[in-house]
Design a protein around this ligand. Structure first.
Ligand SMILES: [Zn+2]
Length: 297
């Protein structure tokens, strides 16, 4: 529900235009096709970018609620999207914010380091913020040099520690360095670190489980080529699993090819339950208690 009309205009910082495809890609995971709402207690979208979706938030939230997705965490990638996330969370009861400079965006603001980090820390202190993220390392793209990314990652860890917020990790082809930097900053209280759009295999899932890190799975879990990711989900303990959309990206089967939206987290929850051989309501119960411990809502 909307609390105030003060929400800034939806912007589209990446100019992202998501072109719907004529038909979904063939041969995806035989995910349950039930489009109805999740059974009680439902779930939530642990990582979304409604600012990039560029649709009216009221409608996005209403559709999510209708699908049994009761809350949405909107993640920042730079200062404008972090400010947007905090304003959105202040305006809607079921929206929460995460704030950070995405590892790919760190080089752009490296010359204004102190000033940017000071504003991030001030934003992170707001009651609407439940996590510092998305932060971490991305060795897949070379938009920011690895040493710059590592410095910013360590600074984000400091902000999460000082503000008592969860640390929301972006890890792309950087498992070993992420785990090493987390270990050097540890010990971590239980339920204080979450890997957004978990991208590891079963071995990485076992390492995260041993350290007590939460693994948030996105819609790519349902893709045909996601065998290693499904193997990771099988290994991940039910109490360390979340579901997310990363909307507008990574739309799950059976809607692959259309823009993603928080409501579609319901498909990923069902796919996770199928992979783990759990009933959907039972998995939702675990997801809700993990979310409450991680995000403190
Ligand atoms: Zn994201």
């Amino acid at each position: 529900m909307r609390k105030s009309p003060a929400l800034p205009r939806t912007i589209n910082p990446n100019g992202a235009v998501v072109t719907p495809l004529a038909s979904p890609a063939p041969g995806e995971m035989a995910a349950p096709r039930d489009d109805g709402a999740l059974p009680a207690p439902g779930a939530f979208d642990s990582h979304s970018h409604m600012d990039i979706m560029g649709l009216p938030v009221d409608g996005v939230i209403a559709a999510a609620h209708a699908a049994g997705i009761g809350r949405v965490v909107n993640a920042g990638c730079d200062l404008p999207s972090s400010r947007w996330s905090v304003a959105c969370a202040a305006g809607y009861d079921s929206v929460y914010a995460a704030v950070a400079i995405h590892p790919n965006e760190t080089a752009k603001v490296d010359g204004r380091r102190d000033e940017v980090l000071a504003e991030l820390e001030a934003l992170a202190s707001s009651a609407a913020v439940v996590a510092v993220g998305e932060t971490g390392l991305d060795y897949y793209r070379d938009w920011s040099p690895p040493d710059v990314q590592r410095e910013w990652f360590r600074s984000h860890i400091g902000i999460a520690r000082r503000t008592g917020k969860a640390l929301m990790i972006h890890d792309r082809q950087a498992h070993d360095d992420i785990l090493a930097i987390l270990a050097e900053a540890g010990p971590w209280p239980p339920y204080s670190v979450v890997f957004h759009c978990f991208s590891g295999d079963a071995r990485m899932a076992a390492r995260c489980a041993e350290a007590g890190y939460v693994m948030s799975f996105a819609g790519n879990l349902t893709f045909k080529n996601a065998g290693p990711l499904r193997a990771a989900a099988e290994v991940a303990p039910p109490d360390l699993i979340l579901a997310e959309t990363d909307a507008p990206y990574l739309t799950p089967v059976p809607h692959r090819g259309k823009p993603n939206s928080p409501a579609m987290a319901a498909h990923t929850v069902r796919a996770l339950a199928a992979v783990k051989g759990m009933d959907v309501a039972g998995l939702c119960g675990h997801i809700q208690s993990t979310g409450a411990r991680l995000f403190g809502w």
